[in-house]
Design a protein around this ligand. Structure first.
Ligand code: CA
Length: 244
């Protein structure tokens, strides 16, 4: 079922095979069902400041650093970047607004998938543009013994953020991995773009409101309609990876 996608990846990147050692997970919209709250928070605090960012557009910017998103809106409306102070004030307000929502839940299927990955002798890493300490703290609480802090890539590690391949290239370095020793699980077009640009096999899970074609156009190698669906197909996928 996945043979042709795997073959296409190997040919494009001229790898003889995928020697899987690690699975690199994006956080929001993959491990946590947090995107509806993020989109709402972005939209609300921007409107309060006379800035326009619809919830749907927030999904298209998903994966960017906070300052990256803020600067795009400032450029569009004012023809300039935001100042450091403006970025700090807006990102803080956005974080505060996000935190007024109930605690985010694990994405359905995420824990089960992590357990399967671990059982197969692989390790998992988190690669996120987020710098929200509440979510980062909750990773360990929700996914105990799944992630080693020194192997995490967050907003604090990166300069450019997604869609730049930097976060995923950094994950490869931190994990001492070659591009064909990992796969990425992403839900956002910019995250898929970053992963594909880093040369890593990219699994897209469409957990939000965007059309699936957007994720395929961004460079996803395979696509699932949910994390649960990917989790349910894990055994077959892993088997086919190893047979290649
Ligand atoms: Ca995401």
């Amino acid at each position: 079922m996945f043979q042709s996608a795997i073959q296409r990846y190997l040919e494009t990147h001229q790898h003889p095979s995928i020697q899987l050692k690690a699975v690199l997970f994006d956080m929001d919209g993959v491990l946590f069902n947090s995107m509806p709250y993020h989109a709402d928070a972005w939209h609300k605090i921007m409107e309060e400041r006379g800035l326009h960012l619809s919830e749907e557009e927030a999904y298209l910017h998903e994966g960017r650093t906070g300052s990256g998103t803020i600067n795009i809106i400032f450029q569009r409306q004012f023809g300039r970047d935001a100042t450091e102070e403006e970025i700090e004030e807006i990102y803080q307000a956005k974080t505060n607004s996000f935190n007024t929502h109930p605690l985010v839940q694990r994405m359905q299927g995420a824990w089960e998938l992590l357990t399967k990955v671990k059982r197969n002798g692989l390790f998992s890493m988190v690669v996120t543009g987020s710098g929200q300490s509440t979510l980062l703290d909750r990773l360990n609480e929700n996914f105990p013994d799944m992630f080693r802090p020194e192997l995490m890539v967050t907003a604090y590690d990166v300069k450019y953020g997604k869609p730049n391949p930097e976060p995923y290239l950094m994950a490869l370095t931190k994990g001492k991995l070659k591009a064909n020793e990992a796969i990425v699980v992403e839900n956002a077009p910019l995250g898929v773009e970053a992963s594909a640009a880093a040369g890593i096999f990219t699994v897209a899970v469409n957990t939000g409101p965007l059309d699936s074609q957007v994720l395929l156009d961004a460079g996803a190698d395979i696509l699932f309609p949910s994390m649960q669906a990917f989790c349910d197909s894990w055994e077959e996928f892993f088997k086919e990876l190893r047979e290649k």
